[in-house]
Ligand binder design. Sequence first.
Ligand SMILES: [Zn+2]
Length: 429
Amino acid sequence: MEILLKNCSYILTQDNDRSILKNQDILIKDGKIQDIGQNLSNSGYVIDCKNKLAMPGLVNTHNHLAMTLFKGYGDDMPLDKWLSEKIWPAEEKLDADAVYNGTMLAFAEMIKTGTTTFNDMYFFCEKVVDAAITAGMRGFASYSMIDLNNPEKRISEIKAAESFISYLKSKDTQLVKTMVAPHAPYTCSRELLEESKKLAQKYDLKIHIHVAETMKEVNDTIKEKNMRPVEYLDHIGLLSPEVIMAHSCHLSKEEISLAAKRGVKVSHNPTSNMKLATGGTLSLPVYLDAGISIGLGTDGSASNNSLDMFTEIKVCALLHKFSNNSPEVASAQQVFDMATRGGAKVLGLDKEIGSIEAGKQADIVLVNLKDISMIPNHNPVSNIVYSANGSCVDTTIVNGRILMENRILKTIDEEKVTDKVNEFASTLV
Ligand SMILES: [Zn+2]
């Protein structure tokens, strides 16, 4: 199918030169951006983009999508108490249907706020794949493995991960992929981490893992292994350019150099870190100077509690300016990069998405320039980062398919999903 985005007032291409085009068309054909220019003709569907800004779809690099079910269920508690008293007992009640509906709610929120790519690690992943295919989202659904040093559990976790990989293969989808996802170095045995590496090599997959989220994790690792978490992961040979470390809040200078040397990617989750008070977060200028690729993530809805990447972008910029006592740190362009082309690079999708250029997949978001937050328009990148929010998004396109137009979802029955989620929520009380 052909789609012509006619006369876009602005196009934030996010190409290598960060070109901003005015009054140009984008022609989409067979899921790809075919051409960008003036007065392009087409034989398909036309969207009038006067007073619209086109930008690459936002890339969310760390999710537990179905945790939308627990949004607002437990807040303002210490992390260990929050997990043991609220989240883990609630997760006991999850079944495949609940995960499907919670994931659909997440996709509805993401599409409505301009996110086109996710990176999930959770349970009942078959349902995450089914939901993603129905919703038309691009991303990674991964089975989160935890063995807590139990050898039997280790075997069953690897088995479950492999069986999920074959399920995904049977689905014949180009948009949904998977990674190997050992939960964290403190919840997985050394053997499980080593098995994870083998599994990733066997199926040519990336590894998605939480690392150094809290100071407690760092101190416990030092006590148990006489090494810090990243040193430990390197010691067992896990670190490589195929590894995405979520959080990575507490890395020593040596660990930052090590991560850069190994080509490890980082998913930065500023809102979640602040809400859970993880004892600080990563130092953005130091990591960027070291040459580490960083994307932005919201983490799960229970610790955010929003999946709106516009908010995440703003929080990221403000947090690093404030903590460095410098307004020059985390510029609007830098954080916008992290949410688009940077996130694409972290996920290994930079050849396909992350910018609006001919030949790339058509993951494009149209922002309403008549929204008050976008007026006046001295600098569209500044408005996107500091002023806009997800409700400014008018249209969301993934792989050349329109998932939302004029704020109406095309692939998700919003009322049905919200009813199902409310039904599940009532069982938690
Ligand atoms: Zn997480």
